[in-house]
Design a binder for this molecule. Structure first.
Ligand code: BES
Ligand code: MN
Ligand code: ZN
Length: 485
């Protein structure tokens, strides 16, 4: 369970506290005996970054920020420090825990809380018994002390809910979350957060002739689904909407080009893009961000089966372009392409697609950055990069030269769904670009969205990559629009 967040104005002497400090000094707001105080200061002076005082009836933790560290690096250090302290905090079995800071930057309290919340997430709904060796719990309430505003706390609360939601959706295996189930989870989120969700069923998808989505679905027993999300605030600052597209492959076997070895591992999470988009809508709607946004989520699994699509198939896509299927495991781009051309209907300001698209993006950047390819204007690229640093979901830009189009030429159709061995992430991006009639930012989260092992507060399997980045990016975009008005 995620802890509740509450703002407090005063710390009482009996409360357990995490105090973030920037010097080897302790503020008067922290009540300790003289011996405890002297001990803590001594420890800090020897260079300890975490000092823990157990006063029998309460605990006090000091977190010392490294000298001179500031900006987004300090934020990330604090999130990591929080995740590093989670076991210690749990061993003390607090019900409530105060987080305060002294003489350091204002957001430090929020950053620590965020790191702690994100690192104590667990996907354990299918465990029939509690296997934990210690019957102790994480705090159920975090009391945030200091000048953080109510709106900032609400943002953090909804944003971390959105990350938990995205992780839950990703971690849910396909035998519990097929295409229809994912669509109803998205609908449920819409009802809860206040955005509109329209679910197009197979008949409607056929009527629209979404050949990419229908082809990938051919080997499946479950029908395809196409979800349209819309957050239309009372007074939007923009007239042209932002369209977010999320890859919703609920399971990727590779299809007839089946994944061998252990390459199928984590492929229940091939809808991490869809989960991220859903999470972003949750955050923006809950916080009434005045930006008009549309979300497009094509959903299916990719399986071999009696009538599965095959290598060599020629597909007519939603926008009437024809695609030669060079490989059925390059399915993500086929369903995304239909969604991206469907976006034209909204005459968007910008399209952003999020997808676990290529192993190539993962091998290029590992889990340290998502791969970004774009033909959009510099102002959006710069803002995205800035947001990437701030939330530490960094974006690394790959070249998007038109010469890469050579690799996806087909002799029998307009285009082919695979390039050669080289530049796999880029040729996938170029493929998508052919279907975009408006500026597009393509984010390949194959490396950051799904992890084999924990990386601090980014936990194994679904990380929720993209939720914090795009929520902040769109919030800041709304603020920019307001300034122009
Ligand atoms: N879903 C995979 C990409 C992926 C791989 C995501 C590993 C996360 C972790 C995608 O559909 C895929 O299979 N891509 C192929 C494309 C190839 C056939 C051109 C790949 O990257 O190998
Ligand atoms: Mn695939
Ligand atoms: Zn895939």
């Amino acid at each position: 369970m995620k802890p509740e967040l509450r703002k407090i104005h005063r710390i009482t002497p009996d409360q357990s506290v995490v105090c973030i400090i920037g010097k080897d000094e302790i503020p008067d707001t922290i009540v300790l005996t003289r011996e405890e105080r002297e001990y803590a200061v001594k420890q800090l002076r020897t260079g300890e970054e975490i000092v823990f005082i157990n006063s029998y009836f309460k605990c006090t933790y000091f977190v010392r920020i490294k000298d001179g560290l500031s900006g987004f690096k300090a934020s990330e250090e604090l999130r990591k420090a929080a995740s590093g302290m989670k076991k210690l905090i749990r061993s003390n079995d607090h019900i409530e825990l105060v987080i305060t800071s002294w003489d350091v930057y204002e957001r430090s309290v929020a950053d620590f809380a965020e790191g702690l919340i994100l690192s104590i997430y667990k996907f354990d709904k299918y465990k029939t018994k509690d296997e934990d060796d210690v019957p102790k719990k994480y705090p159920s309430v975090l009391l945030l002390h200091g000048n953080l505003g109510r709106a900032e706390i609400k943002w953090l609360d909804d944003l971390t809910d959105a990350v938990y939601l995205a992780r839950d959706l990703i971690n849910e295996p396909v035998n519990h979350l097929n295409s229809l189930a994912l669509a109803s989870e998205i609908e449920k989120t819409g009802k809860n957060a206040g955005f509109r969700v329209e679910v197009l069923n197979k008949g409607k998808i056929e009527a629209l002739k979404m050949g990419g989505l229908l082809s990938v679905n051919k080997g499946s027993v479950d029908p395809p689904v196409f979800c349209i999300l819309e957050w239309h605030p009372q007074k939007p600052v923009n007239s042209k909407p932002f369209v977010l597209v999320g890859k919703g492959i609920v399971y990727d076997t590779g299809g007839l080009n089946i994944k061998t070895g252990d390459y199928m591992m984590l492929m229940k999470g091939d809808m991490a893009g869809a989960a991220a988009v859903t999470g972003v809508f949750h955050t923006l709607a809950k916080n009434n961000v005045p930006l008009h946004i549309i979300g497009l989520i094509p959903i299916t699994d990719n399986r071999p089966g009696g009538n599965a699509f095959t290598q060599g198939d020629i597909i007519t896509m939603f926008n009437k372009m024809t695609v030669e299927v060079g490989n059925t495991d390059a399915e993500g781009r086929l369903i995304l392409a239909d969604a991206i051309s469907y976006a034209s209907k909204y005459k968007p300001e910008l399209i952003i697609d999020v997808a676990t698209l290529t192993g190539s993006a993962a091998s290029t950047f590992g889990n340290q950055a998502m791969a970004m390819m774009t033909n959009a204007g510099r102002k959006y690229i710069d803002l995205l990069a800035e947001c990437g640093n701030e939330v530490y979901e960094r974006v690394a830009e790959l070249p998007f030269y038109d010469e890469y189009n050579e690799a996806i030429k087909s002799s029998v159709a307009d285009i082919r769904n695979i390039g050669g061995r080289e530049a796999g992430a880029i040729t996938a991006g170029k493929f998508l670009e052919h279907f975009a009639e408006y500026p597009i930012i393509h984010l390949d989260i194959a490396g950051t969205g799904l992890l084999k092992k924990d990386d601090h507060y980014r936990l194994k399997e679904g990380t929720g990559s993209g939720v914090r980045l795009l929520s902040l990016f769109l919030k800041k975009t709304a603020e920019e629009y307001k300034k122009l008005k």
